[in-house]
Design a protein around this ligand. Sequence first.
Ligand code: R5P
Length: 288
Amino acid sequence: MTTMKMSLRLVFYAIKWSKWIVKKNYGAKFIMSFGIENRLSKIFKPESGKTVMLAVDHGYFQGPTTGLEDLRKTLAPLANLADCLFITRGMLRNCVEKNIQSSICLRVSGGPSILGELSNEDIVVSLEEAIRLNVSGIGMSIFVGAENEDRTISNLGRLINEAEKYGMPVLAITAVGREMARDSRYLGLACRIAAEIGSRIVKTYYCEDFYKVVESCPVPIVMAGGTKIPEKDALLMTENAIKEGASGVDMGRNIFQSENPAAMMKAIKAIVHKGADSKEAFDLYSRG
Ligand code: R5P
């Protein structure tokens, strides 16, 4: 057989083999599971399995809220201390250094301002944009019990359908409508729905009997901090959330509105990653 014939035969078998791999979906399976796991490992530190995300997305409906008026300035001492930044597309493009070490989780929902009906959100950033921005995850809010509950949950399903094709984890935020109680019954309902629809991460608020919310949600929960409270209290809330099974925090105001945001971030990290209690963490915070 001539060398030419042998080469043609090799090419023929290579094509046949690759078609078989694609048909069996082995290649797709391998590539997809690696993609999503690799992205998740950039959010959750493999050493602790937990994450300290810094939420700075508040402007998407609140505008220049206290502490985020000059986002570049706020982020300067903090961005690289976080495991992951939770941020919008516009702020990522304009206020974040291109060589940032932390991973990025992009908020992709929006619509109403603080003056309107908060649940009237839609998806406002495409998946292609998220991939182009090289993010490790995307997040959107669902408004269980609010006027547009059904649309926000369907949007979550549609987003996950697309995101999973590209190995992009979706984080669901269980936003609390103005008149909703932040208790374990309501938050448990919202978190479980987010998990049922297929979210890879769920963000919710701390509440009494938080462990009940965690127990009924089989995907990792990260705790949002909520309104600013004294540092000691925010650290105790973090300690309790971690003890009750949270996989970390996605905290904003209790870090960037703190007297010393960088020290607060280090104290939170000590609790989340090193298992420090809130007293040890407050000592760390006080040392600066
Ligand atoms: C709401 O504006 C966003 O989902 C925030 O990312 C979330 O509430 C976490 O921020 P904070 O700790 O300030 O509540």
